[in-house]
Write a protein that binds this ligand. Structure first.
Ligand code: GLC
Length: 533
């Protein structure tokens, strides 16, 4: 594991910030974000001062050549930039400008499937005896209109995971859209070609990869039916999956200090941790069990403890509660109108739990989902609301594009743009943006937040509490989050000193300074960081 002298590897230190390029910033007025727009806003992410988010790295969702059936997750050329987003030269400049600000660049790697417009698939489809035919998963059906097995697309609206190609008389597999045929990873040529894609981007200076649907890189070669109660044959096929991940790791290890984070969409923590425990597969795995929790302190505690119990020395958590595929936190946990406070508490959890915080663009602004009228819906799987463009400036000053675009935005911008835009929040001490900046820089100033041991502690009903410490005498930082929709009084956790110093509260009304733990009243949704000992 490559480390900076005396420190943690970069991918453990600070936040990794996800950019969904279509919706981040548009530099040319076509209503769609682009690479130059990202460069224009890098100072928001890290300008080296606490007036920025101080992010460690950005992860860019796909910007490759694509017909955009799945908005870039259908790749037609793995080694080129789609003209909508710019050029390879723009990408090179983005890497230079990011590195100049000490921001690492992580790119999305979409190895399970290509676009049906990729030259490989065009060749595969053209003739049964084409050498590329076997690069995809083709099978005869079970009779007229009957696909080879019962596998379903991950997109409910698509239905079965097979499409019949009348010209060649066979079916091809697509775990997502029909426009996203699955590559055949059982063919070593496919694996080698995808390894070369990693090398291409490493040579261009990228620091890591987020592996799209990593668990799908190995499937049952016999393509048996999915049956309830049996291990799913359409993903996580053992031990093949681990062998393939180990070989991907070996490729990035040809270069210094590179990182692999997997989208490991398995809702069984044990299986997720198997991807990071050995230390020679993924560095990090996105933990979707965490994302699927109800807003309940006991559930979050059990999940955090569950990870720590299963994790071997090499395993490092990657916390996230939002990305481009799931409703935003401020809306998801808003059942009783507490969404905005909870979005702030979530930020505190991400930065103060042992592990790497993954922050999705707009999360630092506490954005809710945008309202998408039926005639503006573009995604097959209902994910438009969380993908709405970032409001950089007040519409009353910057026009309806809210500083995202001078044109017509590809998705409507949130109605909260006037209040929640980045410019306004940047000069408001009470804003969510200011809170996120403080959390990020506190993690730098208080190294125990990045490096310390962690144990959850009892602090009372509805309160999630955990201690980060470097030594055994209880000194360290205590974090407490109130999950209740009402105020709650803290019961000082057993063995902890009764006094502490408030480092930060998500409630702007609370003053910093000395406090007594026992009886401390936390507001609904409030989270606090308290220095102890
Ligand atoms: C991942 C992506 C999602 C995409 C899918 C297919 O889950 O996060 O956006 O639709 O893979 O590539």
């Amino acid at each position: 594991m490559a480390e900076r002298a005396g420190g943690q590897p970069w991918w453990q230190r600070g936040a990794i910030y996800q950019i969904y390029p279509r919706s981040f910033a548009d530099s040319d007025g076509d209503g769609i974000g682009d690479l130059r727009g990202i460069v224009d806003h890098l100072d928001h992410l890290n300008d080296g001062t606490p007036a920025s988010l101080g992010v460690e790295a950005i992860w860019l969702s796909p910007f490759y050549r694509s017909p955009m059936a799945d908005f870039g997750y259908d790749v037609a050329d793995y080694c080129d930039v789609d003209p909508i987003f710019g050029t390879l030269a723009d990408f090179d400049r983005l890497v230079v400008e990011a590195h100049r600000r000490d921001i690492k660049v992580v790119v999305d790697f979409v190895p399970n499937h290509s676009s049906d417009q990729h030259a490989w698939f065009a060749a595969a489809r053209a003739a049964r005896d084409d050498p590329r035919r076997d690069w995809y998963v083709w099978r005869d059906g079970g009779g007229p209109g009957r696909p080879p097995n019962n596998w379903r697309s991950e997109f409910a609206a698509v239905g079965r995971a097979w499409t019949f190609d009348a010209a060649s008389g066979q079916w091809y597999l697509h775990s997502f859209l029909p426009e996203q045929p699955d590559l055949n990873w059982d063919n070593p040529e496919v694996e080698a070609a995808m390894h070369d894609v990693l090398r291409f981007w490493c040579e261009r200076g990228v620091d890591g990869f987020r592996i799209d649907v990593a668990q799908k890189l190995a499937k049952d070669p016999q393509l048996r039916d999915v049956r309830p109660g049996e291990p799913p044959p359409n993903e996580d096929w053992q031990p093949t999956i681990h062998e393939r991940l180990r070989r991907l790791r070996a490729v990035v290890d040809e270069y210094p200090d590179r990182m692999l984070v997997g989208e490991v969409y398995l809702l069984d923590l044990q299986r997720v941790i198997a991807y990071i425990n050995s230390g020679d597969e993924l560095h990090l795995a996105h933990n979707f069990t965490f994302l699927h929790l109800p807003w309940d302190a006991a559930a979050f505690r059990a999940s955090i403890d569950g990870f720590e119990a299963l994790a071997a020395q090499a395993a490092w958590p990657a916390w996230f509660l939002a990305n481009h595929d799931h409703p935003r936190v401020a809306s998801r946990f808003d059942a009783d109108g507490q969404g905005p406070a909870r979005a702030r508490a979530v930020l505190l959890m991400l930065y103060a739990l042992r592990g790497t915080p993954f922050v999705y663009q707009g999360e630092e602004l506490g954005l809710p989902d945008a309202e998408i009228p039926p005639d503006r819906v573009v995604d097959v799987d209902g994910r438009d609301p969380e993908r709405a463009p970032i409001p950089w400036r007040a519409p009353s000053q910057a026009g309806p594009g809210a500083g995202f675009t001078t044109g017509e935005p590809w998705l409507p911008i949130t109605r909260a743009a006037e209040e929640l835009n980045a410019e306004r929040q940047g000069s408001d001490d009470a804003s969510t943006l200011t809170l996120t900046r403080r959390l990020a820089w506190l993690r730098r100033d208080q190294p125990v937040l990045a490096t310390g041991e962690q144990r959850t502690v009892d602090a009372g009903d509805d309160l999630l509490a955990w201690l980060r410490s470097d030594d055994d005498d209880g000194a360290g930082v205590l974090a407490i989050v109130n999950f209740a929709a009402q105020p709650r009084a803290v019961a000082a956790p057993p063995g902890l000193a009764g006094h502490g110093t408030l480092l930060l509260s998500t409630d702007p009304a609370r003053d910093d300074g000395a406090l007594t733990l026992d009886g401390l009243r936390l507001a609904a949704g409030e989270g606090v960081l308290i220095r102890i000992g």
